[in-house]
Design a protein around this ligand. Sequence first.
Ligand code: HEC
Length: 291
Amino acid sequence: MLGLLNRIILTILISIITTLSFADEQHSHGTNTNYLNTDWSFKGIFGTFDRASLQRGYQVYQEVCAGCHSVQHLSYRNLSEKGGPEFSVEEAKAIASQFEVEDGPNSDGEMFMRPARLSDKFAKSFPNVEAATAANGGAYPPDMSVLAKARAGGADYIYSLLLGYDDPPQGFELDDGVYYNKYMAGNKIKMSAPLMEGIVDYSDGTEATVEQMSKDVTTFLVWAAEPHLEAQHRMGFKAILYLIILLTLVYMSKQKVWSRFGSKEEPKEETFDKVEKVVTEYEGEDPKTFK
Ligand code: HEC
């Protein structure tokens, strides 16, 4: 019995520790899931985003991907929030003001365009899905707000896909506007390789290799899909700490309770016996015979 309880407590502890070290691991299904590996800073329970990478990733998204892919859940103010790229409020305002959004109606009942403010959602690449599909040879460039969460493989999938363009193997048929990609389902994708060496000019001096840009833009997309990831990690850590403390207390009290059964000593006089004795002495008779 003692051993069983000990084992249960040990099992719980081990599972907590395993969760701790493998938190956020993605399990993937599908075609080529042998994804490329890179050292993501946001994985694991202590994971946080690399701010510089998020800022560069925003730049890649805006200068390269935004032409086709929207991120409709993001607002410009998110860019200056804690846990994100953490641009200053001034920088985020300056970014927003470069885009135009529709507002209105004005006093004449007409809609009008004005520069975006912090409270506005990111400007859309296309007015609707049909326009986006028509402009891309019949393939819809998916909105990227939750793409990193929606696809099995998450960050590793997006990163690999961006680096997965290659010449098709011999005999592999490709129509016009379709490209070979090692990680796309069926190996056919209707998006030409979006990144090439030096396509953006990083202001922090980081060299804009295809690997670097893929890593930065993927980091940005993971944040876009989970803007509160860092707060969640802090919360999860606290919960686990709490559980460990609780388990330690349970273990200690269990040891105390069971120690009475394990020991060879005569059990100490219990309170009831003591009271009984005192009463007997006082009354001069055995309380058990009271009517
Ligand atoms: C010229 C338009 C265009 C640009 C620019 C572009 N994409 Fe795409 N993208 C597409 C289209 C169209 C698809 C859908 C392809 C398909 O379904 O075959 C797509 C698909 C994707 C997918 C696969 C989604 C899935 O369904 O699994 C990812 C990931 C992706 N794009 C990321 C990016 C990133 C990151 C950038 C910027 C570095 C980018 N794209 C730039 C048009 C574009």
